[in-house]
Design a protein around this ligand. Structure first.
Ligand code: ATP
Ligand code: MG
Length: 337
């Protein structure tokens, strides 16, 4: 069914290469913005080192995984040995220190799933979330960044998908839709599935990078400069990929039985993972396996109402791309309304 639809609209879709590329380019952060982010990190590190000389700050999330669009908030990991047993006290003390340095909107959210301190730097207008010792997030950031270096189409696709998700209000985990991290994993999975494949499966290849964090062994091939030609046998353009992505999630994915797994480069069965029924608040209506914490389903936030919204949005995006005369306009189309 998808193949027929693909043939039917190839020409219609190709006309969108230029406007989609223009959207992608307009979202890339400037060198000046990246420099400001680094400056802020350095000054924050100087500040925390007065209290904790051995602490280190790492940027993770979209400002470090190369999927950050212009004006993103920075996610920072405060790494300090021995801090795991008293994270709330450390976060509260950190908030005090930041506040006394005139940073704005400082707020410690110690009861969140991942406890953080939020702040805004008045000089650069950049907002940050700082967490303590969330080293797995630093490693999954590296995995995503390494995938992005293999083929530019991943970054293009993920920028468009994130932009679409934010515009359509389906990038809000607290409302039962998906995180940016989940959308990027969906993009990687999708490009691993193209034939010929556009991305390899780094965790199935020879290990060149490995680290164990909180008993989770993270290992993958990270010499990605050697893989720059990997996707060259597939010449699909950004418009074809964006359209096929939405079709895949609208009509091609088996929601009832399948789990997407970037770790294995394929899909797994829900039954094998025992993700077939609701356990607590985890409903497993769309299943996205975390590449490292394999018991963690990034789709668990999705409920029986929001799964319907998501699937209708995937269908809508596919339809709009194919039939709307101007789907990339800012007032009426796939990426904006
Ligand atoms: P955005 O540009 O929307 O901020 P992001 O990639 O920074 O995108 P966040 O939701 O801010 O997304 O998450 C920051 C980082 O935290 C992610 O890139 C990922 O490394 C990690 N992360 C987020 N959610 C999860 C999760 N459910 N499980 C594991 N790691 C996560
Ligand atoms: Mg972020």
């Amino acid at each position: 069914r998808i193949y027929k639809r693909q043939l039917a609209c190839r020409a219609d879709i190709l006309r969108l290469d230029a406007p989609l590329t223009a959207i992608y380019e307009s979202l890339i952060p400037t060198a000046e913005e990246k420099a400001k982010q680094r400056q802020l990190l350095t000054s924050l590190e100087r500040l925390v080192n007065r209290e904790w000389p051995n602490a280190k700050l790492y940027i993770y999330g979209s400002c470090a995984n190369s999927f950050g669009v212009s004006k993103s908030d920075i996610d920072i990991c405060f790494a300090l040995e021995g801090a795991d047993n008293n994270k709330p006290e450390i976060l509260l003390r950190l908030a005090e220190i930041l506040e006394s340095d005139n940073l704005e909107n400082v707020q410690a959210l110690v009861r969140a799933r991942v406890p953080i301190v939020k702040l805004k730097d008045p000089a650069t207008e950049i907002s940050c979330d700082i967490c303590v010792n969330n080293v797995l997030a630093v490693v999954n950031t590296k995995l995503l960044r390494d995938y992005a270096r293999i083929d530019v189409r991943l970054r293009q696709l993920a920028f468009i998908v994130k932009h679409w998700a934010k515009s359509r209000g389906v990038n809000e985990t607290y409302h039962g839709t998906l995180s940016s991290y989940a959308y990027v994993l969906m993009c990687i999975h999708f490009l691993q599935q193209r034939r010929p494949a556009i991305l390899p499966c780094l965790q199935e290849m020879k290990t060149t990078y490995s680290v164990t964090i909180e008993n989770v062994h993270c290992a993958f091939f990270d010499r990605v400069d050697e893989l720059r030609d990997f996707g060259r046998r597939n010449n699909e353009s950004i418009s074809q990929l964006v359209w096929s992505f939405f079709n895949y999630w609208a009509y091609g994915h088996d929601y009832a039985n399948s789990v997407i797994s970037v770790r294995t480069g394929s899909t797994l069965s829900k039954r094998a993972k025992d993700w077939t029924r609701r356990v607590g608040n985890d409903r497993h209506l769309i299943c996205i396996e975390d590449p490292f914490e394999t018991t963690h389903d990034l789709g668990r936030v999705v409920d029986k109402y929001s799964i319907k919204v998501l699937r209708e949005e995937f269908e809508r995006a596919a339809e709009v791309l194919q039939h709307d005369p101007n789907p990339c306009s800012t007032t009426d189309g796939c990426t904006a309304t």
